[in-house]
Write a protein that binds this ligand. Structure first.
Ligand code: B12
Ligand code: SF4
Ligand code: SF4
Length: 243
């Protein structure tokens, strides 16, 4: 079953646009793992459990679609997000949704039920928090640790996007890092803090509303692309792209 899932996701990503993406990462967690209950405290009490998405849930699956180096490099300089970064964001949201839809169809044929949520735009605009946080779910599935930029840094970096799904079939879990927060090699370099154009990471608590305003300001620069609240300057440092 894992082979079927992994071949499907990997093929869809490599077919999508070889100049934008690298090979995806895929991880699994038992749906009844206590970490999902802890997300009701860590993220907020609105955070759903796998069984809320799919009664009879057995496994949670997360995948990461990592960007190519050119996309990361192209977004590093200046204050505004690059057009390529914005375009890649929009394409990747669609790709993740298509992968989930296609995987669901494939798994139905094997008698497996699946549920999933869109990669973004499913969050509370006041709290700026989701009721299903893909990066936390991806942590649970062993895909990485959180850096000082608050992004999940995978073995391929943090520049990319996550998709997650809940399945009603038991699959062997992936090993999960014991520490939640760690920059690669335990080296915090401050690049993200210095690079943030609005100083959102330079404070005791992440200034998520200032970050969001910057993302919205970038959105208005790209009227040719629908819904691109992006910035990602903090996702262009040494932890952004890992080979
Ligand atoms: C709301 C939202 C935003 C908000 C708030 C961001 C935020 N940090 O939460 C705004 C609009 C500001 C935003 C901006 C961006 N976003 Co955004 N956003 C989301 C969304 C919809 C929900 C995030 C959420 O609920 N956060 C909840 C809070 C609690 O997260 P947090 O405070 O960072 O969590 C910390 C604590 O929980 C802490 N912690 C403390 N104790 C414990 C214990 C445990 C066990 C754990 C696990 C954690 C933990 O660790 C965490 C990290 O420090 C998700 C999509 C989704 N539905 O999941 C995308 C998402 C988080 N965004 C993403 C991205 C890429 C971005 C941007 C780079 C924009 C861009 N694409 O150009 C910036 C980066 C900003 C930043 N440095 O974080 C990606 C993250 C990829 C990654 N590698 O992690 C996501 C997952 C979308 C996706 N499908 O991939 N985003
Ligand atoms: S840019 Fe440096 S400090 Fe920031 S998360 Fe990445 S490794 Fe950590
Ligand atoms: S996405 Fe931009 S505004 Fe938000 S924390 Fe990162 S660098 Fe700062």
């Amino acid at each position: 079953m894992k082979k079927l899932i992994e071949e499907f996701i990997t093929k869809r990503v490599s077919d999508a646009n070889p100049s934008i993406y690298r090979k995806p990462l895929i991880g699994y967690s038992p749906a009844d793992d206590e970490i999902f209950t802890s997300l009701k405290t860590v993220v907020g009490e609105q955070h759903l459990l796998p069984v809320d998405l799919l009664p009879g849930a057995k496994t949670v699956l997360a995948f990461f679609v990592p960007y190519k180096k050119s996309i990361v490099d192209g977004n590093r300089s200046g204050v505004s997000a690059s057009w390529e970064w914005a375009q890649t964001y929009a394409c990747t949201n669609n790709l993740i949704n298509e992968i989930c839809r296609g995987l669901n169809e494939l798994l139905i044929g094997h008698g497996v039920k699946m549920a999933w949520l869109f990669p973004t735009y499913n969050f509370d605009k006041e709290k700026l928090m989701a009721d299903w946080s893909h990066k936390h779910v991806a942590y649970a599935c062993g895909l990485g640790q959180f850096g000082r930029n608050h992004l999940l840094i995978t073995s391929k970096g943090c520049a990319g996007r996550f998709g997650t799904a809940v399945l009603d079939v038991p699959l062997e879990p992936s090993p999960r890092p014991e520490t939640v927060h760690a920059c690669p090699g335990n080296k915090s370099c401050d690049f993200c803090i210095k690079k943030c154009p609005v100083g959102a990471l330079n404070q005791a608590k992440f200034a998520r509303h200032e970050c969001y305003r910057q993302c919205q300001a970038n959105d208005s620069l790209f009227p040719d692309i629908e819904c691109v609240e992006v910035c990602g300057k903090c996702s262009t440092g040494p932890c952004a792209y890992i080979e």
